[in-house]
Design a protein around this ligand. Sequence first.
Ligand SMILES: [Ca+2]
Length: 132
Amino acid sequence: MTLSWRVRLSNPVETLDDVCNVPVGTGILLLAVDANQVDHNNVLDNDSFGIAVANFCTGNHLPPGCTGGAIDEDPNDDVVSHNKVFGNGGNVDPKVDPVFAVDLAWDTSGTGNCWEHNKHGTEFPSPLPTCH
Ligand SMILES: [Ca+2]
């Protein structure tokens, strides 16, 4: 199954939940999650980024260790593979560091995260770690 992700609406959420913090133009965000696989998606033309893997605190613009150990803040052992990811990052949300305004983004946190067999335009950092 192929899913297409295009998030073009501004975030209309006005309550103080975690969705409020999601940047406008987010494709797929793996925030602090472990052992997830994101594959066979079309992630196209999102304003801020395509698929991002990030630490909970970094992703929420908070200092390292922001949860005081309440959760594992790092993303670990996530696999991003066989996706088509193009045209993302052209109008980045001011909440997002411009270096992450790419198709495939990683803040370099966590261990065991890898990327392979994606068709994409831009990435940060480059090259991203492969799975083998
Ligand atoms: Ca985690």
